[in-house]
Design a protein around this ligand. Structure first.
Ligand SMILES: Cc1cc2nc3c(=O)[nH]c(=O)nc-3n(C[C@H](O)[C@H](O)[C@H](O)COP(=O)(O)OP(=O)(O)OC[C@H]3O[C@@H](n4cnc5c(N)ncnc54)[C@H](O)[C@@H]3O)c2cc1C
Length: 463
């Protein structure tokens, strides 16, 4: 393991006689919080964990602040454990640290990667990679330690003050408030929490897409259940207001027959209405509403002949948010930019997914034309008027339709890596993020196996 003198880290793999001490010695120096960092990443989810690993690997003294105790965010705590899309039109378009973690997880669990050689637009879901969320989170821990990033779990940002050449970040820890200084702040909270606290602007959709609480069921055989009878009973209870159609899936007006076809992973739609999902109050409502939907359906189904033994094996620790806020960035990606595959002059990564809007009627998808691949510019990751703040993940500056594709996991991971690289370069060279030469950003990213659109040696999927 490397030693980092400026950080004072002394990571040692030792085997002391006292097994109770062993674990603590392994983390010694890594977990102790310092008062100043070159890079502070807030949010260790899909984008944030990759951002922190990249910043650490680039040699920046990095702190990662995460509100839960499990890395991976929506991929792990939300149980949306099927990242996509890393390929477009049979070419790989997202690689680097996110891909490395996904492949490692697949190998470690004896699973296999999908066949990427036969992509059909409408069958994009076949190219999402199924991963074990528990092993994935543990692999993120391992990679973070190896990158010598200081992780801080059970901690949330409480206050942000941007002061010229650095940012003061108040963190709410279990011991009370603690302040750290960061040369560069990377907001990967998914909800732009740090950006909002710093006073930069965000957009909210008039009609935000519904959230979904994922869970898993077992214990019944469809052959023993009478689907017509269940449908009639369901419709009667829905009419009486006891059940919602969206308890059974993505339609708010139709009986979701497919729900009953098999056991395993299930999902619902939770409509946000006026609820602000970027607030703690809103999150409380949505998480409780998600579980209430699951519980009422569970109670109903167990009363149906043949389904008496239905069990809920798991409810995701967190309700999954499709959208909350999007930053007001120095550039905004529109749906037109996305579907025409605009190649931005400051593109840092590709993104590929259908426009994927969830609403009361279900899901509406618009597939990209053959050969089209979208890109994400650096400026969409920089809040207007900011100099030392970067955003990565679903709250990237974009309109609602473009965001419905940009929010997907491979795109978030690619943005995370770009954010980590730019943060490290900017902090170590004392150059404003927006003024970093794109050639330097591109060169660091490609050195770390990321694919940068337009880079001389990058595969061009649009050819
Ligand atoms: C139901 C559903 C289905 C989806 N289906 C797919 C799919 O099929 N394929 C696909 O690729 N994508 C899918 N997505 C989209 C994708 O999963 C998310 O958009 C993406 O994972 C978001 O990544 P992120 O890094 O922006 O946020 P997250 O992964 O949510 O990470 C945010 C992290 O920040 C932490 N955090 C938040 N606030 C704070 C704070 N104040 N202080 C400290 N830490 C904080 C959180 O705990 C979390 O770890 C789906 C999403 C949902 C909800």
């Amino acid at each position: 393991m490397r030693l980092r003198s400026h950080q004072g880290i002394t990571l040692r793999r030792i085997a002391p006689c006292d097994p109770f001490r062993k674990g603590l010695v392994f983390y010694e120096g890594l977990i102790a919080m310092d008062s100043g960092y070159e890079v502070v990443v807030v949010g260790g989810g899909t984008a944030g964990v990759v951002a922190a690993i990249q910043a650490g690997r680039a040699g920046a003294k990095t702190l990662l602040v995460e509100k839960s105790e499990t890395l991976g965010g929506t991929m792990t705590n939300g149980r949306v454990n099927y990242p996509g899309l890393f390929h477009a039109w049979t070419h790989q378009i997202v690689k680097g640290i996110g891909w490395e973690l996904v492949v490692k997880c697949v190998e470690e669990t004896g699973a296999s990667l999908p066949d990427f050689s036969k992509q059909q637009a409408a069958e994009h879901w076949r190219e999402q990679v199924r991963i074990n969320p528990f092993i994935f989170a543990a692999l993120c821990d391992e990679a973070l330690v190896e990158a010598e990033v200081t992780p801080l779990f059970s901690a949330m940002v409480a206050e942000i003050e941007v002061r010229g050449d650095h940012t003061r970040i108040q963190i709410c820890t279990k011991d009370g408030l603690k302040a750290v200084r960061a040369k560069i702040l990377v907001d990967c909270t998914g909800d732009a929490d740090a950006v909002r606290m710093a006073g930069y602007g965000v957009h909210r959709s008039i009609k935000p897409q519904p959230a979904s609480h994922l869970y898993s069921i077992s214990g019944y055989e469809m052959t023993r259940a009478d689907i017509q009878r269940i449908r009639q009973a369901f419709e009667a209870e829905a009419k009486a207001g006891e059940l919602e159609y969206s308890d059974l899936g993505w339609s708010s007006t139709q009986f979701g027959e497919r729900y009953l076809e098999n056991t395993g992973a299930k999902t619902n739609h939770i409509y946000l209405g006026e609820t602000r999902a970027d607030s703690s109050e809103g999150r409380t409502v949505l998480a409780m509403e998600g579980r209430r939907s699951i519980l009422r359906l569970y109670r109903f189904l167990r009363k149906q002949p043949g389904m008496e033994n239905l069990q809920i094996d798991e409810i995701a620790p967190e309700c999954g948010m499709r959208e909350t806020v999007r930053i007001h960035g120095k550039a905004t990606i529109t749906v037109d930019d996305y579907v025409t595959g605009r190649l931005w002059e400051d593109a840092v990564c590709y993104s590929f997914y259908p426009i994927d809007m969830h609403g009361a009627e279900g899901v509406s998808k618009t597939y990209l034309d053959a050969g089209v691949v979208a890109s994400i510019p650096r400026r969409a990751m920089l809040p207007v008027n900011s100099t030392n703040v970067i955003v990565a993940g679903r709250c990237v500056s974009s309109d609602q339709l473009a965001n419905s594709a940009l929010r997907t996991q491979a795109s978030c991971m690619a943005m995370g890596q770009a954010a980590g690289a730019m943060a490290a370069l900017s902090a170590m060279a004392n150059v404003e993020v927006s003024k970093l030469p794109m050639a330097d950003v591109c060169s660091l990213l490609t050195e770390h196996d990321a694919i940068v659109p337009g880079a001389p040696h990058a595969a061009n999927p649009q050819q």
